[in-house]
Ligand binder design. Structure first.
Ligand code: ATP
Length: 351
Protein backbone atom coordinates (compact mmCIF):
# COMPACT_ATOMS: atom_id res chain seq x y z
CA UNK A 1 0.00 0.00 0.00
CA UNK A 2 1.17 3.51 -0.83
CA UNK A 3 2.65 5.22 2.19
CA UNK A 4 1.46 8.56 0.75
CA UNK A 5 -2.23 7.61 0.97
CA UNK A 6 -3.76 9.97 3.54
CA UNK A 7 -5.09 8.11 6.60
CA UNK A 8 -8.83 7.55 6.76
CA UNK A 9 -8.52 7.23 10.52
CA UNK A 10 -6.01 8.99 12.72
CA UNK A 11 -5.62 7.94 16.35
CA UNK A 12 -3.74 10.82 17.95
CA UNK A 13 -2.09 10.37 21.38
CA UNK A 14 -5.20 8.60 22.68
CA UNK A 15 -5.23 7.52 26.31
CA UNK A 16 -7.83 5.97 28.60
CA UNK A 17 -7.73 5.37 32.34
CA UNK A 18 -10.30 3.58 34.46
CA UNK A 19 -9.57 4.98 37.93
CA UNK A 20 -5.99 3.93 38.66
CA UNK A 21 -5.84 1.50 35.69
CA UNK A 22 -4.20 2.94 32.58
CA UNK A 23 -5.79 0.81 29.84
CA UNK A 24 -4.47 2.84 26.87
CA UNK A 25 -1.37 4.93 27.41
CA UNK A 26 -0.98 7.51 24.63
CA UNK A 27 -1.32 5.63 21.34
CA UNK A 28 -0.95 7.18 17.88
CA UNK A 29 -1.81 5.14 14.78
CA UNK A 30 -2.77 6.07 11.22
CA UNK A 31 -5.04 3.63 9.39
CA UNK A 32 -5.21 3.98 5.60
CA UNK A 33 -8.28 3.72 3.41
CA UNK A 34 -9.25 0.15 2.39
CA UNK A 35 -6.69 -1.30 4.71
CA UNK A 36 -7.18 -4.50 6.70
CA UNK A 37 -5.63 -3.36 9.96
CA UNK A 38 -5.13 -5.58 13.03
CA UNK A 39 -4.74 -4.51 16.65
CA UNK A 40 -2.80 -7.31 18.25
CA UNK A 41 -1.52 -7.94 21.74
CA UNK A 42 -1.78 -10.13 24.81
CA UNK A 43 -4.81 -10.12 27.09
CA UNK A 44 -5.23 -6.82 28.93
CA UNK A 45 -3.03 -4.78 26.54
CA UNK A 46 -5.87 -2.33 25.85
CA UNK A 47 -6.95 -3.34 22.35
CA UNK A 48 -10.66 -3.68 23.14
CA UNK A 49 -10.65 -0.37 25.01
CA UNK A 50 -9.05 1.31 21.98
CA UNK A 51 -11.65 -0.22 19.65
CA UNK A 52 -14.49 0.88 21.95
CA UNK A 53 -13.15 4.44 21.88
CA UNK A 54 -13.15 4.36 18.08
CA UNK A 55 -16.75 3.14 18.12
CA UNK A 56 -17.77 5.79 20.67
CA UNK A 57 -18.62 3.46 23.56
CA UNK A 58 -15.79 4.88 25.68
CA UNK A 59 -14.55 8.47 25.88
CA UNK A 60 -10.78 8.99 25.67
CA UNK A 61 -9.15 10.52 28.76
CA UNK A 62 -6.80 12.32 26.34
CA UNK A 63 -6.08 12.57 22.62
CA UNK A 64 -8.20 12.80 19.49
CA UNK A 65 -9.72 10.44 16.93
CA UNK A 66 -9.98 11.86 13.42
CA UNK A 67 -11.98 10.29 10.61
CA UNK A 68 -11.30 11.80 7.20
CA UNK A 69 -9.57 14.65 9.02
CA UNK A 70 -12.57 15.44 11.28
CA UNK A 71 -12.53 14.94 15.04
CA UNK A 72 -15.31 12.42 15.78
CA UNK A 73 -14.84 12.51 19.56
CA UNK A 74 -18.03 14.52 20.20
CA UNK A 75 -20.21 12.16 18.14
CA UNK A 76 -22.27 9.40 19.80
CA UNK A 77 -21.78 5.84 18.42
CA UNK A 78 -24.81 5.92 16.11
CA UNK A 79 -23.66 9.15 14.45
CA UNK A 80 -20.19 7.82 13.60
CA UNK A 81 -19.52 6.45 10.10
CA UNK A 82 -17.95 3.45 11.82
CA UNK A 83 -19.69 0.22 12.66
CA UNK A 84 -18.69 -2.23 15.37
CA UNK A 85 -19.32 -5.94 14.87
CA UNK A 86 -19.75 -7.52 18.27
CA UNK A 87 -18.05 -10.74 19.29
CA UNK A 88 -21.40 -12.11 20.48
CA UNK A 89 -22.94 -11.40 17.01
CA UNK A 90 -25.99 -9.82 18.71
CA UNK A 91 -28.41 -11.07 16.02
CA UNK A 92 -32.17 -10.63 16.42
CA UNK A 93 -33.30 -14.22 17.11
CA UNK A 94 -36.92 -13.79 15.99
CA UNK A 95 -35.98 -12.24 12.63
CA UNK A 96 -34.86 -13.99 9.45
CA UNK A 97 -31.40 -13.36 8.04
CA UNK A 98 -32.91 -10.92 5.51
CA UNK A 99 -34.81 -9.05 8.25
CA UNK A 100 -31.68 -8.89 10.40
CA UNK A 101 -29.93 -7.15 7.53
CA UNK A 102 -32.84 -4.90 6.51
CA UNK A 103 -33.64 -3.63 10.00
CA UNK A 104 -30.86 -1.06 10.29
CA UNK A 105 -31.49 0.31 6.81
CA UNK A 106 -35.24 0.62 7.44
CA UNK A 107 -34.43 2.58 10.61
CA UNK A 108 -32.52 4.97 8.35
CA UNK A 109 -35.73 5.33 6.30
CA UNK A 110 -34.14 4.20 3.06
CA UNK A 111 -36.54 3.47 0.18
CA UNK A 112 -37.81 -0.15 0.10
CA UNK A 113 -36.23 -0.88 -3.30
CA UNK A 114 -32.87 0.48 -2.11
CA UNK A 115 -33.04 -1.64 1.07
CA UNK A 116 -33.77 -4.73 -1.01
CA UNK A 117 -30.97 -3.99 -3.46
CA UNK A 118 -28.38 -3.44 -0.76
CA UNK A 119 -29.47 -6.47 1.26
CA UNK A 120 -29.37 -8.72 -1.84
CA UNK A 121 -25.92 -7.44 -2.76
CA UNK A 122 -24.60 -8.03 0.77
CA UNK A 123 -26.19 -11.49 1.02
CA UNK A 124 -24.42 -12.45 -2.22
CA UNK A 125 -21.09 -11.07 -1.05
CA UNK A 126 -21.26 -13.05 2.19
CA UNK A 127 -22.56 -16.26 0.52
CA UNK A 128 -25.82 -16.08 2.44
CA UNK A 129 -28.37 -15.79 -0.36
CA UNK A 130 -29.54 -19.38 0.19
CA UNK A 131 -30.08 -18.71 3.91
CA UNK A 132 -31.99 -15.42 3.61
CA UNK A 133 -35.23 -16.83 5.07
CA UNK A 134 -33.69 -18.75 7.96
CA UNK A 135 -33.69 -17.62 11.58
CA UNK A 136 -30.34 -17.41 13.43
CA UNK A 137 -30.99 -20.61 15.42
CA UNK A 138 -31.26 -22.52 12.12
CA UNK A 139 -27.70 -21.58 11.18
CA UNK A 140 -24.25 -23.00 11.95
CA UNK A 141 -21.65 -21.02 13.90
CA UNK A 142 -19.83 -19.95 10.75
CA UNK A 143 -23.09 -18.89 9.08
CA UNK A 144 -24.13 -16.82 12.11
CA UNK A 145 -20.75 -15.16 12.03
CA UNK A 146 -21.32 -14.26 8.38
CA UNK A 147 -24.76 -12.83 9.17
CA UNK A 148 -23.23 -10.61 11.86
CA UNK A 149 -20.66 -9.45 9.35
CA UNK A 150 -23.27 -8.94 6.63
CA UNK A 151 -25.39 -6.88 9.01
CA UNK A 152 -22.43 -4.64 9.73
CA UNK A 153 -21.46 -4.37 6.03
CA UNK A 154 -24.94 -3.61 4.72
CA UNK A 155 -24.83 -0.17 6.36
CA UNK A 156 -21.73 0.61 4.32
CA UNK A 157 -19.67 2.17 7.09
CA UNK A 158 -16.42 3.87 6.13
CA UNK A 159 -14.66 1.76 8.71
CA UNK A 160 -15.76 -1.56 10.14
CA UNK A 161 -14.50 -2.46 13.60
CA UNK A 162 -14.35 -6.15 14.47
CA UNK A 163 -13.67 -7.38 18.00
CA UNK A 164 -12.29 -10.95 17.91
CA UNK A 165 -14.78 -11.76 15.11
CA UNK A 166 -13.68 -15.38 14.79
CA UNK A 167 -13.27 -16.05 18.50
CA UNK A 168 -16.29 -18.35 18.78
CA UNK A 169 -15.33 -20.62 15.88
CA UNK A 170 -13.34 -23.85 15.96
CA UNK A 171 -9.83 -23.91 14.47
CA UNK A 172 -10.71 -25.24 11.01
CA UNK A 173 -13.62 -22.89 10.47
CA UNK A 174 -11.55 -20.03 11.83
CA UNK A 175 -8.85 -20.59 9.23
CA UNK A 176 -11.43 -20.74 6.44
CA UNK A 177 -13.16 -17.59 7.68
CA UNK A 178 -9.85 -15.70 7.91
CA UNK A 179 -9.49 -15.95 4.14
CA UNK A 180 -13.19 -15.25 3.57
CA UNK A 181 -13.07 -12.14 5.74
CA UNK A 182 -10.14 -10.87 3.73
CA UNK A 183 -11.96 -11.53 0.46
CA UNK A 184 -15.12 -9.80 1.70
CA UNK A 185 -13.15 -6.79 2.93
CA UNK A 186 -11.55 -6.53 -0.48
CA UNK A 187 -14.88 -6.84 -2.33
CA UNK A 188 -16.68 -4.39 -0.06
CA UNK A 189 -13.86 -1.85 -0.34
CA UNK A 190 -14.26 -0.94 3.34
CA UNK A 191 -11.48 -0.31 5.86
CA UNK A 192 -11.43 -3.08 8.48
CA UNK A 193 -9.91 -2.73 11.93
CA UNK A 194 -9.85 -6.04 13.70
CA UNK A 195 -8.89 -6.84 17.29
CA UNK A 196 -7.27 -10.20 17.90
CA UNK A 197 -4.90 -11.83 20.35
CA UNK A 198 -4.03 -14.51 17.78
CA UNK A 199 -0.79 -13.60 16.02
CA UNK A 200 -1.25 -16.12 13.21
CA UNK A 201 -4.66 -14.70 12.47
CA UNK A 202 -3.19 -11.20 12.22
CA UNK A 203 -0.35 -12.40 9.99
CA UNK A 204 -2.78 -14.13 7.60
CA UNK A 205 -5.31 -11.33 7.33
CA UNK A 206 -3.75 -7.96 7.97
CA UNK A 207 -2.19 -5.53 5.50
CA UNK A 208 -0.66 -3.81 8.51
CA UNK A 209 -0.85 -4.34 12.22
CA UNK A 210 -0.12 -2.67 15.52
CA UNK A 211 1.37 -4.61 18.42
CA UNK A 212 0.23 -3.35 21.82
CA UNK A 213 1.45 -4.18 25.31
CA UNK A 214 0.44 -2.61 28.64
CA UNK A 215 -1.55 0.06 26.82
CA UNK A 216 1.41 1.12 24.66
CA UNK A 217 2.15 0.75 20.96
CA UNK A 218 5.32 -1.30 20.49
CA UNK A 219 5.40 -1.52 16.70
CA UNK A 220 3.23 -0.79 13.69
CA UNK A 221 3.91 -2.19 10.22
CA UNK A 222 3.18 -4.88 7.65
CA UNK A 223 3.28 -8.51 8.83
CA UNK A 224 6.54 -8.91 6.86
CA UNK A 225 8.12 -5.83 8.52
CA UNK A 226 7.23 -7.05 11.95
CA UNK A 227 8.24 -10.67 11.34
CA UNK A 228 11.55 -9.73 9.72
CA UNK A 229 12.46 -6.75 11.87
CA UNK A 230 10.75 -6.89 15.26
CA UNK A 231 11.34 -3.70 17.24
CA UNK A 232 12.12 -5.41 20.52
CA UNK A 233 12.40 -8.74 22.23
CA UNK A 234 8.74 -8.84 23.23
CA UNK A 235 7.55 -8.37 19.62
CA UNK A 236 10.13 -10.88 18.38
CA UNK A 237 8.77 -13.48 20.77
CA UNK A 238 5.11 -12.62 20.25
CA UNK A 239 5.13 -12.92 16.44
CA UNK A 240 6.21 -16.32 15.20
CA UNK A 241 8.86 -18.48 16.82
CA UNK A 242 12.19 -16.95 17.79
CA UNK A 243 15.38 -18.35 19.34
CA UNK A 244 17.21 -16.12 21.81
CA UNK A 245 20.88 -16.40 22.73
CA UNK A 246 22.34 -14.15 25.42
CA UNK A 247 25.92 -13.01 24.87
CA UNK A 248 28.22 -10.02 24.52
CA UNK A 249 29.28 -7.93 21.55
CA UNK A 250 32.79 -6.61 21.23
CA UNK A 251 34.62 -5.41 18.11
CA UNK A 252 31.61 -6.26 15.95
CA UNK A 253 31.53 -9.88 17.07
CA UNK A 254 28.71 -11.45 19.05
CA UNK A 255 30.01 -14.04 21.45
CA UNK A 256 28.22 -16.67 23.52
CA UNK A 257 29.49 -20.00 24.75
CA UNK A 258 30.53 -22.03 21.71
CA UNK A 259 29.46 -19.29 19.28
CA UNK A 260 31.24 -16.36 17.59
CA UNK A 261 29.32 -14.41 14.98
CA UNK A 262 30.52 -11.29 13.14
CA UNK A 263 27.64 -8.83 12.79
CA UNK A 264 27.55 -5.56 10.91
CA UNK A 265 26.81 -2.47 13.05
CA UNK A 266 26.63 -4.40 16.32
CA UNK A 267 26.93 -2.10 19.34
CA UNK A 268 29.32 -3.32 22.05
CA UNK A 269 27.92 -4.62 25.33
CA UNK A 270 25.59 -7.33 26.64
CA UNK A 271 23.13 -8.34 23.93
CA UNK A 272 20.59 -10.97 22.98
CA UNK A 273 20.80 -12.51 19.52
CA UNK A 274 17.42 -13.39 18.02
CA UNK A 275 17.15 -15.81 15.11
CA UNK A 276 14.18 -17.57 13.54
CA UNK A 277 14.21 -21.39 13.21
CA UNK A 278 14.28 -21.08 9.40
CA UNK A 279 17.49 -19.04 9.55
CA UNK A 280 19.53 -21.72 11.27
CA UNK A 281 21.14 -24.33 9.01
CA UNK A 282 22.56 -27.71 9.92
CA UNK A 283 26.07 -28.79 9.00
CA UNK A 284 28.28 -31.75 9.86
CA UNK A 285 29.61 -31.93 13.44
CA UNK A 286 32.65 -29.80 14.08
CA UNK A 287 31.57 -26.63 12.30
CA UNK A 288 30.27 -23.60 14.18
CA UNK A 289 27.87 -24.11 17.09
CA UNK A 290 27.82 -27.73 18.29
CA UNK A 291 24.63 -29.25 19.63
CA UNK A 292 22.66 -32.39 20.28
CA UNK A 293 19.15 -33.08 19.00
CA UNK A 294 16.91 -33.12 22.08
CA UNK A 295 13.55 -33.40 20.34
CA UNK A 296 11.99 -33.52 16.88
CA UNK A 297 8.54 -32.08 16.19
CA UNK A 298 6.73 -32.94 12.97
CA UNK A 299 4.63 -30.12 11.49
CA UNK A 300 3.50 -31.53 8.14
CA UNK A 301 5.59 -29.62 5.61
CA UNK A 302 8.54 -29.29 7.93
CA UNK A 303 10.11 -30.61 11.09
CA UNK A 304 11.44 -28.53 13.91
CA UNK A 305 14.53 -29.89 15.61
CA UNK A 306 15.11 -28.78 19.19
CA UNK A 307 18.87 -28.69 19.51
CA UNK A 308 20.59 -28.33 22.86
CA UNK A 309 23.75 -26.21 22.68
CA UNK A 310 26.05 -24.57 25.22
CA UNK A 311 25.04 -21.11 23.97
CA UNK A 312 21.56 -20.98 25.54
CA UNK A 313 19.61 -22.68 28.28
CA UNK A 314 16.60 -23.41 26.05
CA UNK A 315 17.20 -25.68 23.04
CA UNK A 316 17.44 -23.81 19.74
CA UNK A 317 14.64 -24.51 17.29
CA UNK A 318 15.79 -25.33 13.76
CA UNK A 319 13.36 -25.77 10.86
CA UNK A 320 14.17 -28.47 8.32
CA UNK A 321 12.00 -29.72 5.42
CA UNK A 322 10.09 -32.89 6.37
CA UNK A 323 10.73 -34.30 2.91
CA UNK A 324 14.52 -33.77 3.15
CA UNK A 325 16.98 -36.60 2.50
CA UNK A 326 18.47 -36.49 5.96
CA UNK A 327 16.76 -38.36 8.77
CA UNK A 328 17.63 -36.84 12.13
CA UNK A 329 17.57 -38.77 15.36
CA UNK A 330 17.29 -37.58 18.93
CA UNK A 331 20.67 -37.72 20.64
CA UNK A 332 22.45 -37.03 17.34
CA UNK A 333 25.35 -34.54 17.42
CA UNK A 334 25.36 -31.84 14.76
CA UNK A 335 26.47 -28.27 14.28
CA UNK A 336 24.41 -25.21 13.55
CA UNK A 337 25.12 -22.30 11.24
CA UNK A 338 23.32 -19.11 12.03
CA UNK A 339 22.81 -16.74 9.11
CA UNK A 340 24.26 -13.43 10.38
CA UNK A 341 22.28 -11.45 7.81
CA UNK A 342 18.97 -12.76 9.21
CA UNK A 343 19.59 -12.12 12.91
CA UNK A 344 18.45 -9.33 15.18
CA UNK A 345 20.37 -8.04 18.16
CA UNK A 346 18.64 -6.54 21.18
CA UNK A 347 20.47 -4.79 23.99
CA UNK A 348 20.20 -7.08 27.01
CA UNK A 349 17.71 -6.08 29.63
CA UNK A 350 15.42 -4.68 26.89
CA UNK A 351 11.72 -5.67 27.13
P1 ATP B 1 -8.50 -9.12 26.18
O1 ATP B 1 -7.75 -9.70 25.03
O2 ATP B 1 -8.34 -9.94 27.43
O3 ATP B 1 -9.92 -8.77 25.88
P2 ATP B 1 -7.65 -6.36 25.86
O4 ATP B 1 -6.30 -6.17 25.28
O5 ATP B 1 -8.80 -6.17 24.94
O6 ATP B 1 -7.73 -7.74 26.60
P3 ATP B 1 -8.85 -4.31 27.48
O7 ATP B 1 -10.16 -5.00 27.62
O8 ATP B 1 -8.82 -3.14 26.60
O9 ATP B 1 -7.71 -5.34 27.06
O10 ATP B 1 -8.35 -3.89 28.93
C1 ATP B 1 -7.16 -3.16 29.17
C2 ATP B 1 -7.01 -2.92 30.67
O11 ATP B 1 -8.03 -2.05 31.13
C3 ATP B 1 -7.13 -4.19 31.51
O12 ATP B 1 -6.22 -4.09 32.58
C4 ATP B 1 -8.56 -4.14 32.01
O13 ATP B 1 -8.68 -4.81 33.25
C5 ATP B 1 -8.81 -2.65 32.14
N1 ATP B 1 -10.20 -2.29 31.91
C6 ATP B 1 -10.90 -2.43 30.74
N2 ATP B 1 -12.15 -1.96 30.87
C7 ATP B 1 -12.27 -1.51 32.14
C8 ATP B 1 -13.33 -0.90 32.89
N3 ATP B 1 -14.53 -0.65 32.34
N4 ATP B 1 -13.07 -0.59 34.17
C9 ATP B 1 -11.86 -0.81 34.74
N5 ATP B 1 -10.83 -1.38 34.08
C10 ATP B 1 -11.02 -1.72 32.80
Amino acid sequence: MDAETPPILRIESVAKSFGPVVAVDGISIDVRENEFFALLGPSGCGKTTLLRMLAGFETPSAGRILLDGKDISPLPPEKRPLNLMFQSYALFPHMSVRQNLSYGLEMERLAKTEVRRRVDETLAMTDLTAFADRKPDQLSGGQKQRVALARALVKRPKVLLLDEPLGALDKKLREKMQLELKRMQHEAGITFIIVTHDQEEALVMADRMAILKDGRLLQCGSPEDIYEAPADRFVANFIGVMNFIDGTVSDGVFEAEGLRLALVDAKPGPATLAVRPENVAIGPPGERLSGTVADIAYHGLDRVLHVQTAASHAPLQVRVPASGETAYRTGEALSLKIDPARCRLFARGAA
